[in-house]
Design a protein around this ligand. Structure first.
Ligand code: G4P
Length: 546
């Protein structure tokens, strides 16, 4: 039917946001699916909490906070499991905001599970980059931006912690432009910082939003001063007035102006300032997000481009999480809906297995609770119960043979050889290792001419997790040994003869990974350099698609 959605804009006007005839189209147009990228401690958790505050999912705030401890290094898997048990309820958070249905995909706080983060980024349409204003661009941010760049994901930037003494905002913006290679378009500009924080100046609408302390825990009315030239502005800024005007003049002249198209192409990021802890500047950013962030985007499959507005359902799995709820001990496969509509009880084709399955108990993550999904649309995430038959990268459709692209494996950086303690359990070990790799818990490599199994990971804790789960789920106690491997690269070569030649000469270093792909395991950085130089026509890649 015909439908009109209204929302209150900041100054109280009622705007009609959409008027579309097709309800499914309407639902899709208003979906916004994103994740937060940041270096640990920049304020991701705090920001998430505030976003949920605006999305009226307040009851979650506590749950988000308690997740914090997973930042601290620990080797005790039991604690880790408990932590993850908590974190799971907040894996995907759906909340309404100004006529939009926003899906915020959470990513693990602990760096050792960053593979999960990388893959989650393949399931979003935009990302919010939170930067600590005092620290600027940090290593994790750089890495995560690299991942976003693989798909040209549009980035919105929030420079945080303005309530503290931070670095010169111009300097921070320069750093973002230099290091992250993306143009910055400030949408607002801080007036003061730390104890002297007075507010932010809205560069687009020429107005000052006044800062008030102690508003961290609720949504509140801001005092808005219209016009930098107004008397109210002069009164607020006092003897700083001239300096502030000069600085804003300078910023306007020296920085990029926002351009929606460039933003959507990931060449430019709108920059917002504020303090997540003080809940200031967050709403302005969120409004910008609701206005500019793209709706669900078309998605490439091997066969064709799939449009979110298509009638038929399709989706792909980007993450599998085990033992999410200690009471259930199940595994949930997270599926991003790419087109059409999911309805409870519908039949889906599991393409890799060529099997039709009826989905009766998919879960959604509305307001953080695992509730049954009645329906879901392109852009939404649903959780499928998984008993070992679903792998990362699997495509589900209503029947059409499709294979979605773009859920990559990233070359692991840590390697260990794994051995079973009790030789009678070696079958179980192999099965367990293979399944855990399919789930994305770690990666596995089988060297060509050695009877060994090598496990690859991005973070050390992944090994603990694998060891624990091998014992717990497969009754195979394992022993880790040094693998003397420094790097892994997937190998491709179009020239069959050359590939055979390459294989013959490099048997010692070659392996097949869990997905059946040829991989070069370098014993050192130098070794890797030498082999890539010696074989210029062989492609060595750091990522490979599922
Ligand atoms: P993360 O998820 O990105 O790792 O960061 P998180 O939100 O946990 O924030 C890290 C620390 O920074 C927390 O302090 C948090 O309170 C603080 N923080 C976040 N945003 C702001 C801000 O806008 N201003 C200021 N001053 N601090 C901010 P903590 O001491 O580690 O934790 P807590 O004991 O305060 O909870």
């Amino acid at each position: 039917g015909l439908r009109k959605d209204y929302y209150q804009s900041e100054d109280g006007r009622e705007d009609a946001l959409v008027m579309v005839i097709h309800p499914v189209q309407n639902a899709i147009e208003n979906r916004r699916t994103f994740a937060i990228i940041s270096h640990p401690d920049a304020g991701k958790t705090t920001m998430t909490e505030k976003l949920l505050l605006f999305g009226n999912a307040i009851k979650l705030a506590g749950a988000v906070k308690s997740r914090k401890t997973d930042r601290h290094a620990m080797s005790d898997w039991m604690t880790m499991e408990q932590e993850r048990g908590i974190s799971v309820t907040t894996s995907v958070m759906q909340f309404p905001y100004r006529g939009r249905t926003v899906n915020l995909l959470d990513t693990p706080g602990h760096e050792d599970f960053s593979e999960d983060t990388y893959r989650t980024l393949t399931a979003v349409d935009s990302a919010l980059m939170v930067i600590d204003g005092a620290k600027g661009v940090e290593p994790r941010t750089i890495k995560l931006m690299e991942v976003c760049r693989l798909r040209d994901t549009p980035i919105i930037t929030f420079i945080n912690k303005l309530d503290r003494e931070v670095r010169d905002p111009i300097e921070v913006m320069d750093e973002i432009e230099d290091i992250l290679q993306i143009e910055c378009a400030p949408m607002n500009w801080p007036i003061g910082m730390g104890r002297g924080l007075k507010g932010i100046y809205d560069l687009v609408n020429d107005r000052i939003i006044e800062y008030r302390q102690g508003q961290g825990h609720h949504v509140y009315e801001f005092n808005v001063i219209k016009g930098l030239a107004s008397d109210a502005a002069k009164t607020l800024l006092g003897h700083d007035y001239a300096d502030v005007c000069d600085e804003i003049e300078l910023v306007r002249g020296a920085s990029h102006t926002f351009n929606h198209e460039d933003f959507l192409k990931a060449g430019l990021t709108p920059v917002y300032f504020g303090t997540a802890l003080g809940n200031f500047g967050v709403q302005q950013m969120l409004d910008g997000f609701a206005t500019y962030a793209p709706p669900p985007q078309p998605r490439e499959s091997m066969e064709r481009l799939v449009d979110p507005g298509e009638d038929k359902f399709s989706g792909f799995v980007f993450k599998i999480q085990a033992n999410m709820d200690p009471k259930h001990r199940d595994r949930i496969a997270f599926l991003r809906v790419c087109s059409g509509r999911y309805e409870q009880g519908m039949k889906m084709q599991h393409l890799r297995l060529g099997k039709s399955i009826r989905i009766t108990d998919a879960v959604t993550f509305m307001a953080g609770d695992r509730t049954h999904a009645e329906e879901a649309f392109a852009g939404d995430i649903i959780g499928l119960h998984n008993h070992g038959t679903i792998q990362i990268g699997d495509t589900f459709t209503e029947g059409e043979a499709l294979k979605f692209k773009g859920v990559p494996n990233f070359a692991p950086e840590l390697f260990r050889r794994v051995r079973v303690k009790d030789p009678l359990r070696s079958k179980q070990l192999e099965k367990g290792i293979t399944q855990l790799a399919e789930e994305g818990a770690s990666q596995v490599f089988f060297p060509l001419n050695k009877n060994q199994i090598v496990v690859g990971a991005v973070g050390v804790l992944q090994f603990d997790l694998v060891a624990y789960r091998l014992q717990d789920e497969y009754r195979a106690e394992c022993i880790w040994e040094d693998a003397s491997i420094a790097a892994a690269r997937w190998v491709q070569c179009e020239d069959e003869k050359m590939l055979t030649d390459f294989k013959n000469k490099n048997q010692e270093n070659l392996a097949i990974d869990g997905g059946g792909y040829l991989t070069y395991l370098a014993t050192s950085r130098v070794n890797l350099q030498v082999v890539t130089e010696r074989w210029p026509d062989v492609k060595f890649t750091k990522t490979r698609e599922h």
